[in-house]
Design a protein around this ligand. Sequence first.
Ligand code: CP
Length: 304
Amino acid sequence: MKHLIDIHDLSTTEIDELIEVAKDIIANPAKYSEKCHGKKLATLFFEPSTRTRLSFEAAMYELGGNVLSVSSAGSSSAAKGESVADTAKTVSCYADIIAMRHPKEGAPLVASMNASIPVINAGDGGHNHPTQTLADLLTIHCEKGRLDNLTIGFCGDLKFGRTVHSLIAAMSRYKNIKFVLVSPVELKVPSYVKRDVIKKNNIEYIQTTDLEAVMPELDILYMTRVQKERFFNEEDYLRLKDSYILTPEKLKNAKSDLSILHPLPRVNEIAVAIDDDPRACYFKQVYYGKIMRMSLILKALEVM
Ligand code: CP
């Protein structure tokens, strides 16, 4: 049985296959419309979500399957103290596959160790978000036509940003990648990500606090939100929340074929005025997220 807890659970060949199937779904949606007939996806979301939960559910419906949903911690027996392990054993009796989001890092891993059906991590605390990464990879592949020879800027909260950690891990597999890590000093990429992923794979990188200075180098700019929910101290959040706000002015020296990504939700870190700029890809990224989750469900259920 194939779980997806961390992007490392997938080989590069498997990621390439997921992208290939995703592109075929875009080209031939009717071919896939009944592939999951009779199958059920359980979305267990113990932390808020718009895109991830709804895109998983839309993906399953578009594959002809059905959905069971827990949309908040308070609406399940977790509120009465039920363990993640017991929840996973229970839901295994009702569904064919689980997508789980949880505020505790490692909760989807615990679920996978107790479920008798595939478990997909839909985001665990500040740790990992592998399906967002798959959406990001499909977006980059569709926009740039490649996943190698790219300079990728990550900007904002690189400390708690689980989407950043997973995408760094994924992009580190490809050739001639350079990372430009832009954050306040307090929100730098964790040392374990630098040591175990970036340095281990001999990836060229720079760290800076100055986005405009590095803008002309970037092929991809991956903006992130400073996440209020990850801070222990509101004072720190208020001090750091507006560190980077991308405006048309700040894009003046950017490449004409820059791709601007953001996992969303956005608060104010990308001005709405940028949404009409052809370089803004974050709503296309939302669409690709649904397609990639269709591809992933097919793979996890071994329906091809
Ligand atoms: N990108 C993302 O995970 O969005 P949601 O929190 O809305 O699911």
